[in-house]
Design a protein around this ligand. Structure first.
Ligand code: NAD
Length: 423
C-alpha cells in the first residue's frame, strides 16, 4: 500500500505542488520538486516494512530461550508546521505506517489544504478506513487535545521550539514518547581557504531560498576575518539581483512570507537588529515593487557588525535575514557556532580536509554539511540537538522511533528453583 501510495503521489505531484504554493507561498520551482520527491519516502519505508527484525538473544540461563521483537506503538499524533506540510508529513507517516501504527494528522491551521487533498490518495492506495485520519484546527483547540488524548500513544511533531516544549510537557503527563523537530539558528562557517563562489552560492541558498522559512536556514554567516569584506560585497551583489515576486513564476527567486503574523515578526527582528547596533548592508524593508501582490514580501536582508549576543544571532527569525559575524580562529568559529540554544545544522566551507573533519566533530548539531548546504534525503537521519529537538526522522533507524522492543523469555523446562528469589 505504501508503494502504491508512492505511485499516486508521483501521479498527482504537480497538483499537490500547486496547492502547497497557494497555501504557503514557497516557490513552485521548489514545491513541485518536493512533492514529486516525497514519493521516495513512501517507497523507502514501504521497502523497509518487512525488514525490521528482532534478535534471538543468548542468555546466561541454559534452560531459557530469549528473543526480542519490535512492535508498533498504536495511534501516532502527527503535528506539522506550515513551511513544507506534505514533506514533513511524509517523514512521519511513511515510517509510522511501515511500523504498523495508525495516524491522526493535524496540519498547520495556515496550510491544511494539501494534507486534506492528500487524504483521498491514502484511501485510493488501499489503506482501510481509520488507519490514517486528519483533523484540522489550531494548536490550542486541536493540537493540544490530540496530544493529551488517552489513546494517543506517541507524538511526532515538527514546529517551533516553544510549541515543542509544550507538547513535550503534555506528552510527559502520560509518559508518551515524542519526536520533536524544532527550530534552529544554524551557522554557515566560511574559512578563508574555501571555494569562494561555491561558498557564496551556498550562503545565498541557505538563507534566501524559501525566503528563509526553513528550519535549517543558515541564518548566521560566520566568515574568517581576512575574507569578510570581500565576501560580504559579493553576497550583496548576488542577493540584490534576486527577483522577488510571484512564487508560481519560474523565474522568481524569492517569494512572500507565508502569513501576516510571520511577516510582522520578521520586520520586528529587523528593527531589533538595527536598535542593537547591527549594520544593514542590504534590504531591511518590505518589498513593494513589481510582482509584490498581497503585500507579504520582505527584501533579502543582510546585517554585518553582528555579535553572537545580539537577538538577531540568537533567535530564529524564519525569514530572509542573514546575520554576518567575523571570526579569527577555528576555535572561535566553533565557540560562536555552538553558542546558541539551538543545534540543528551547520555548514562548513573549507578545502582543508583535516579541518573539515575536526569541525564536523566539534559542532553540536544534528547535521553538518561540508562544502554544500540544505542537502536532504530519505536515507539520511534528520534532526537536531539541544532546543532543536529530540529523535531523528528519515533513514533506516527512524522506523524504530515508531516501535518499541518487547523481550520474550521462554522457559524450556519447568522451574523448580526457590520461587522467592529472582530467576
Ligand atoms: P508552530 O510551532 O507554531 O506550529 C506547528 C504546529 O504545531 C501547527 O500545526 C500548530 O497548530 C501546532 N501547535 C502549536 N502549538 C501546539 C500545542 N501546544 N500543542 C499541539 N500542537 C500545537 O510552528 P510554525 O510556525 O507552523 O512553523 C515554523 C517552525 O517550525 C519554526 O520554528 C521552524 O524552525 C520549525 N520547523 C522545524 C523543522 C525541523 O524539521 N526541525 C522543519 C520545519 C519547520
Amino acid at each position: 500500500m505504501l508503494l502504491r501510495l508512492a505511485d499516486l503521489i508521483e501521479r498527482d505531484a504537480p497538483r499537490l505542488g500547486e496547492i502547497e504554493v497557494r497555501d504557503n507561498g514557497k516557490l513552485l520551482a521548489e514545491m513541485g520538486m518536493q512533492t514529486k520527491y516525497l514519493a521516495e519516502w513512501y517507497r523507502y519505508y514501504g521497502g523497509l516494512a518487512d525488514k525490521v527484525e528482532g534478535t534471538v538473544i543468548p542468555v546466561d540461563r541454559p534452560d531459557m530461550f530469549c528473543y526480542s521483537r519490535y512492535e508498533p506503538l498504536g495511534v501516532i499524533a502527527m503535528i506539522t508546521p506550515w513551511n513544507s506540510p506534505l514533506l514533513l508529513l511524509a517523514w512521519k507517516l511513511a515510517p509510522a505506517l511501515a511500523a504498523g501504527n495508525t495516524a491522526v494528522i493535524k496540519p498547520s491551521e495556515f496550510t491544511s489544504a494539501s494534507t486534506l487533498e492528500f487524504m483521498p490518495l491514502i484511501e485510493e492506495a488501499g489503506f482501510p478506513k481509520g488507519v490514517v485520519n486528519c483533523i484540522t484546527g489550531n494548536g490550542k483547540d486541536a493540537g493540544a487535545p490530540l496530544v493529551a488524548h488517552p489513546k494517543t500513544a506517541m507524538v511526532a511533531f515538527t514546529g517551533s521550539d516553544t510549541a515543542g516544549e509544550q507538547i513535550y510537557a503534555n506528552a510527559a503527563r502520560k509518559i508518551a514518547p515524542v519526536t520533536l523537530e524544532l527550530g534552529g539558528k544554524s551557522p554557515n562557517i566560511v574559512f578563508a581557504d574555501a571555494d569562494f563562489e561555491a561558498a557564496i552560492m551556498g550562503t545565498i541558498s541557505g538563507i534566501f531560498a524559501a525566503s528563509g522559512q526553513t528550519c535549517t536556514a543558515g541564518s548566521r554567516l560566520l566568515v574568517e576575518r581576512p575574507l569578510h569584506d570581500r565576501f560580504v560585497d559579493r553576497l550583496v551583489e548576488v542577493a540584490s539581483q534576486a527577483k522577488i515576486g510571484d512564487p508560481m513564476a519560474a523565474d522568481t527567486h524569492v517569494g512572500p512570507i507565508t502569513t501576516p503574523p510571520q511577516f510582522a515578526k520578521v520586520l520586528h527582528y529587523i528593527e531589533t537588529a538595527q536598535k542593537e547596533g547591527a549594520t544593514c548592508v542590504l534590504g531591511g524593508n518590505p518589498y513593494t515593487g513589481p510582482g509584490a501582490k498581497g503585500n507579504l514580501f520582505i527584501e533579502p536582508t543582510i546585517f554585518t557588525g553582528v555579535t553572537n549576543q545580539m537577538t538577531i544571532a540568537q533567535e530564529e527569525v524564519f525569514g530572509p535575514v542573514l546575520a554576518v559575524i567575523p571570526f579569527d580562529s577555528e576555535e572561535e568559529a566553533v565557540q560562536i557556532a555552538n553558542g546558541t540554544i539551538f543545534g540543528l545544522a551547520a555548514g562548513v566551507w573549507t578545502t582543508d580536509l583535516a579541518r573539515a573533519l575536526r569541525m564536523t566533530e566539534k559542532l553540536k548539531t544534528g547535521m553538518v554539511w561540508v562544502n554544500t548546504y540544505r542537502a536532504v534525503s530519505y536515507t539520511t537521519p534528520f534532526g537536531g540537538t539541544k532546543r532543536s529537538g529530540l529523535g531523528r526522522e528519515c533513514g533506516q533507524q527512524a522506523i524504530k522511533e515508531f516501535m518499541e522492543v518487547k523481550t520474550v523469555w521462554i522457559a524450556q523446562k519447568t522451574a523448580t528453583t526457590n520461587p522467592f528469589i529472582m530467576r
